[in-house]
Design a protein around this ligand. Structure first.
Ligand code: SF4
Ligand code: SF4
Length: 409
């Protein structure tokens, strides 16, 4: 095994291949607080990529109700249990944010490159089991039934929606485990692909990926996975006149919870400082968005704004030690973050840079005892070549329906 640096763990870790990074990285931020589980993203993906024979069970994008739902069933609790067994009492983070436990590479059994398991057919049967099912209220003991009110910061009974696609990881477990070297990371954008000619369907990728995102096609007898809608990201879709465009699941999002882009990488894989890239701002400056199960060690590139009503212990296990800071940043956003959040889903094009024009004070209030002021700033989104894509304001415009149209749809 080689030694590679994983910035999400704050330390070096073992990985089967030498450290090598793409020029840019496909990345996205999902705001779990706003998802309504309409599954439009899931359908947008399915109707684009997985509508053929052999792909019936494939949901490259899925949205599950946590804590009980999962596709395949129990994917996360199973790998967490395997890790806990391999490294009893070791799955902990230090005060300084370093992960002290073992990753799925470091906990691999002898003669294996990655710790994992192959889901059964039954586990793939029900993509949205336990939809909208909350935990029990301690006093009533009834699943999902409230016997009183609930209030922030953390509800006693809770659930939330977790949106999942392939994380196009910086250290992909799927690629690490493939005995045919059929899985590769594109040097131009870090999208992880399975070469359909080289794959022989051994399913080692399905076994190794802790997020269970590669799926076997029994018709073609090779494995498939999310391809990051790479033709769109490359800008080959005629809709945007050759400009890079976000994926189908992102652009279809009804709740406007998703923003995808590309971040520039240094040679060591760290993110190049790019102060006005919206993803850089949210992940590195505001620290409002966190990776999913960073302790697995694959350095996933989909970042989540954690749901603010969920017990922090659960969220810390899922998103790592930055949970409280991220929720605070979201609950009372800085002037800049609030403007950046307006960039979600105003266009199908990838926003490479933003600028903010300061506007007047809109109102003042208190958030958990602290003064909070909102300004009606204008945020302007730019293409890679510096052209403006759109501009939008923090305050949504109020449109009053004229009396003669009061009953019109
Ligand atoms: S999420 Fe899984 S399939 Fe996707 S790159 Fe990471 S390890 Fe590979
Ligand atoms: S389309 Fe958006 S709001 Fe609807 S389920 Fe998907 S992520 Fe959630």
């Amino acid at each position: 095994m080689a030694e590679v640096y994983n910035w999400q763990l704050g330390r070096n870790m073992e990985y089967p291949y030498e450290e090598h990074h793409s020029k840019r990285q496909f990345a996205a931020v999902f705001n779990t607080n706003r998802c309504i589980a309409c599954q439009t993203c899931s359908m947008a993906c399915k109707s684009t990529w997985t509508f053929s024979e052999g792909q019936e069970y494939m949901w490259w994008n899925n949205v599950e109700s946590k804590p009980y739902g999962g596709y395949p069933a129990n994917w996360d609790s199973k790998i967490l249990s395997q890790l806990a067994e391999a490294d009893p009492d070791g799955q902990k983070w230090s005060e300084d944010g370093t992960f002290d436990g073992k990753t799925i590479f470091e906990a691999a059994p002898k003669n294996e490159r990655v710790l994992g398991y192959l889901p059964t057919n039954a586990e793939w049967r029900t993509p949205n089991l336990y939809e909208d099912t909350s935990t029990k209220y301690k006093s009533s003991g009834k699943l999902g039934l409230a016997d009183g009110g609930a209030e922030l910061p953390a509800h006693k009974a809770w659930f939330f929606y977790l949106q999942r696609i392939c994380n196009h990881c910086s250290y992909p477990a799927c690629a690490a485990a493939c005995p045919r070297n059929a899985i590769y990371k594109r040097p131009e954008d870090g999208i992880v692909l399975i070469d359909q000619e080289r794959c022989r369907g051994y399913r080692k990728c399905m076994e190794a990926c802790p997020y269970k995102k590669p799926m076997y096609n029994a018709q073609s007898r090779v494995s498939e996975k999310c391809i990051g809608c790479y033709p769109r990201v490359e800008g080959s879709d005629p809709l945007t006149n050759g400009h890079p465009m976000e994926t189908r699941c992102m652009t279809a999002c009804v709740g406007q919870i998703r923003l995808q882009g590309l971040v520039d990488l240094n040679e060591d894989g760290s993110w190049k400082e790019d102060r006005h890239n919206p993803l850089y701002h949210m992940v590195k400056v505001a620290k409002v968005a966190l990776p999913l199960y960073p302790q697995f060690g694959t350095e996933p590139n989909i970042y989540y704004i954690p749901p603010r009503w969920v017990p922090r212990e659960y969220l810390t296990q899922m998103f790592g030690p930055g949970v409280e800071e991220a929720i605070n940043a979201y609950r009372a956003p800085s002037r800049e973050l609030l403007a950046v959040m307006q960039l979600f889903r105003r266009s199908q094009e990838i926003v490479f840079r933003y600028e903010i024009e300061e506007g007047p004070k809109a109102y003042e209030t208190k958030v958990r005892g602290e003064k909070f002021t909102m300004y009606n700033d204008t945020v302007i989104a730019y293409r890679e070549n510096g052209e403006e894509i759109f501009r939008t304001e923090v305050e949504e415009p109020v449109i009053v329906r004229p009396p003669e149209r009061s009953n019109a749809i």
